[in-house]
Design a protein around this ligand. Structure first.
Ligand code: ATP
Length: 318
């Protein structure tokens, strides 16, 4: 890991923030197209921020831990959803999230989480570190691992980037699910039980699911986009096994009318217990980071993460 302390030189310069406005920036130089590195170094140098680069996969977790041990109180992640995921999770493992304000600098392929926070570009993100509103958002926990945006079962992260824009246009966010299913020639549905832990009879669902989509800041139905990340609840969508034609129809109904359909179950919950009924592990994508679990317990920690948002961020999206 390259620790590159940027010394501003002249502290009297008006371009340089005072010490209490300085940030630690964990930079993934390999995220997205990888052409953001010089830009980030330059903006950071102008403002007196410290940039630390990852050198290998997984480094961002260690740098998150190091930031906690160093009592860093302003910490930003520059990369995609995976880098943000690792930095937040690492910090939490070695310290307390209540001690830190996080910032995101979008330099990934999809940047879904940054978009949900209303942080559109790297340049804008640097401005927001100084002047942007701070909000406290929920974080999800999946068997001890923090996630900020979403948890998806059975569908790999790469699916979303391979979705055609024409499909996205017609069917919205669910389009990438369709792409995933079309790609998997021998798609094997998940045989799972999902328990919300509530006492109501409908608190348990059992059956064959094409996928399970759990959003904290991310929404999978209607027009997609941002979910309410401050309500202490996950937005859950279970897409049941069904013929492909029905899937297209139901995706369209969900998109245009926002209605629950026969094979797509939507609900909110602060807890989920997902168990694969076969004795094998299922792939979960936590903010794009792939993990395998036979059983996964999900909880939410309400409004635990203070984070910088842009003006487009909606505390209570429609
Ligand atoms: N220096 C590095 N070299 C190789 N891999 C790295 C390095 N630093 C981080 N990584 C890995 O890069 C992976 C992907 O990063 P990230 O998700 O941030 O970018 P992305 O996939 O381009 O964007 P997005 O998830 O928004 O589509 C992470 O799993 C992380 O472990």
């Amino acid at each position: 890991m390259k620790d590159e302390h940027i010394d501003s030189g002249d502290d009297s310069s008006t371009a340089v923030s005072p010490d209490n406005d300085r940030w630690w920036i964990v930079l993934n130089p390999s995220s997205g197209t990888g052409n953001h590195v010089e830009e980030v170094r330059s903006y950071a140098a102008d403002r007196g921020h410290t940039v630390i680069e990852t050198e290998a996969a997984g480094d961002a977790v260690e740098l998150g831990k190091e930031a906690a041990r160093e009592n860093i109180s302003r910490l930003a992640a520059c990369g995609g959803d995976g880098t943000i995921h690792q930095v937040v999770d690492g910090y939490d493992r070695a310290g307390s999230l209540s001690d830190v304000t996080f910032g995101v600098l979008p330099a990934g392929t999809g940047n879904n989480f940054a978009q949900n926070l209303g942080v559109e570009t790297i340049e804008r993100a640097f401005e927001l570190l100084e002047t942007g509103e701070r909000r406290r958002i929920d974080v999800g926990v999946a068997d001890g691992e923090l996630f900020t945006n979403s948890c998806i079962a059975g569908i790999t992260a790469q699916t979303s980037s391979e979705t055609s824009s024409e499909l996205k246009e017609r069917f919205g966010t669910l389009a990438y699910v369709l792409t995933g299913i079309r790609q998997a020639a021998e798609f094997d549905p998940l045989h799972v039980e999902i328990d919300t832990g509530a006492t109501a009879p409908e608190s348990t669902w059992q059956g064959e699911a094409l996928c399970i989509l759990i959003g904290n800041a991310r929404r999978f139905v209607g027009n997609g986009g941002q979910a309410n990340a401050e309500d202490g609840l996950f937005e859950v969508l279970i897409v049941e096994e069904m013929p492909t034609n029905d899937l297209l129809t139901e995706a369209a109904i969900q998109r245009w009318f926002g209605e629950t359909t026969e094979h797509m179950l939507r609900f909110t919950s602060d807890h989920l217990e997902i168990t694969n009924q076969q004795d094998t592990e299922v792939e979960f994508s936590l903010d794009g980071e792939i993990r395998s679990h036979q059983k996964l317990s999900l909880n939410i920690r309400p409004r635990e993460l203070e984070i910088v948002v842009g003006p487009e961020y909606a505390p209570e999206p429609d």
